[in-house]
Write a protein of this length. Structure first.
Length: 181
């Protein structure tokens, strides 16, 4: 007997495909003198970007919400760290001020923050979990970029803002993660 529609749907959506993260490094040190703030920098893609930028001459500050992970990154890898919670947009200006106080400026902002749920599917998703994911991945990213953009504009910094997406953004959007990325 063949797979039912629900089973086929789950099999398509939950396929596991691992793609290695490239770690390009510029030998020209084109990022010398630049300061990058990377939110979500304590995880896979964000941390890889942090390492590449530092090896290319950039001064990097890694931001995230998990203080234990951030402390490990500071101790083991030597990155400067800052707590930045995308559920608290009213704290973004103070985070920016903290980075500027230590590093004099921010030239590059990379938003690599993103959360999803584990063991929750379309049928068991509830309103509060949906809101949590959208508030971090979409609303938090928007207001982080707005705060950084305003700082760059007000200080006449020709900087760069990069939003890290996900390959899930091109898949059928049954989950709040897919919708938000």
């Amino acid at each position: 007997m063949g797979l039912g529609l629900k089973s086929k749907f789950k099999k398509t959506l939950y396929r596991k495909e691992y793609i290695p993260i490239a770690h390009p490094v510029s030998t020209k040190n084109e990022f010398n003198g630049r300061v990058a703030l990377i939110s979500g920098g304590s995880g896979g893609i964000g941390l890889s970007i942090a390492k590449s930028l530092r090896e290319s001459g950039c001064d990097v500050v890694v931001a995230g919400t998990n203080e234990k992970k951030l402390s490990r990154i500071k101790d083991e890898l030597g990155f400067d760290i800052v707590v930045m919670d995308y559920l608290k947009p009213d704290t973004f200006n103070s985070v920016i001020s903290e980075v500027i106080e230590k590093h004099n400026r921010i030239n590059i902002f990379i938003s690599s923050t993103g959360v999803h749920t584990e063991n929750i599917d379309f049928w068991s998703m509830n309103s509060s979990e949906f809101d949590r994911i959208i508030n971090i991945n979409l609303k938090g990213a928007f207001f982080a970029c707005q705060s950084i953009g305003k700082y760059m504009k007000d200080n006449k910094i020709k900087g760069s803002i990069l939003l890290v997406s996900s390959s899930r953004g091109s898949e059928p959007a049954w989950s709040p993660y897919g919708i938000s990325k």
